[in-house]
Design a protein around this ligand. Sequence first.
Ligand code: UT7
Length: 370
Amino acid sequence: MGCTIIGCGKALPALEIANDDLTALVDTSDEWITTRTGIKTRRICVDETNVDLAERAARAALGWDEGGFNERRIDPEEIDLIVYSTATPDVMVPTCAALLRRRLGLSNAVAFDMNAACTGFIYGLGIAESMMAASAAGAAGASGRNAFRRALVVGGERLTRITNWEDRNTCVLFGDGAGAAVVEWSDERAGILATYLRNDDDTDNALTCPTAFDAPQPFDAQGVSLEAAQAADPGLARIDAELGVTEAVEAGRPRQTLYMHGQKVFKFAVEAMGRAVDEVLERAGLTIEDVSFIVPHQANERIIKYAAKRMKLPLDRFQISIAHRGNSSSACIPMTLSDAYDAGRIHPGDKVVLVGFGGGFTSGAVLYEA
Ligand code: UT7
């Protein structure tokens, strides 16, 4: 009995930008990007939105369009939950999940967005699985709660909209995309065997993206003030100081872009991936020898190689899809999972680990039986 992945799909924007193309924007080279990251090209939204990509990915995952992995076609009314992970929603209201629900006609679904940075899809699966398990335990419908039997879990990002295209430390790394999975509660199959979700404090502010909601606010501490509407937001100044970005913002760097101290995130990533895999296996009472396949977050090929070494696993047990995509945050894991199904690398009964890490710092893993 458990929550099983029964469908998976992905979608990418049309425009593909090669490393050499980026030399028109920053002082970089194909050689540097390839050897330091494994990235050759990335896809960038021009007229596609986050929800456009998610819609295509979801249609493939539901078995409505070609190109996904499906155990069966899902009817719209069968989906009762949409969990949409994104750090880059097209708009704040309505949520991306609500837009997706309307476009797909998933009229029975409860739909919401969540953000756990690059680990978002892992958190999303964890949330969906917990809601379904609680629902099943409470004899669905009779427990005083909503009943959840089938969910669409999405990771969708338009990361290139929060990229600083003048910063070579970050701009060569990111791309856009969306991935989606259909999960179903099954009375027969084990499905998800364990989940492990974790947060550590990013004490050095190694990965930040301060937002800037800037509708004029005509108030000061005394009440209505038309002058205050013209002044800088004092709250934003404090959060900039807390995040250590004041100088950069004052020096004219766009506020709503990603800042990253690559080496600090790299170190965290290698540790976090290894730990999450160890912990999720321990929770399931299994060892690394029991694992058939690992689908990791795709931030840097070198991170995956270090993590593989730490786990003493050959690289061919990992799906590596970074070369033509780069890092698309929470969309990476579902898209990479979709690649693994497309390539016939996941078979019924296989024990598969999905593992990720990201800003926050978040990290986590999901272990499931295919
Ligand atoms: O999704 C989760 C978030 N992201 C990550 O997990 C990313 C984690 N970090 C990384 O993947 C790596 O740290 C990077 C790929 C970001 C950077 O690689 P690195 O080997 O850690 O390089 P570095 O930051 O130590 O920089 C080495 C040199 C520096 O030059 P100097 O100071 O040695 O002269 C950089 O200025 O490389 C320079 N550099 C570049 N050179 C050419 C940095 N970016 C570039 C670039 N092209 N694009």
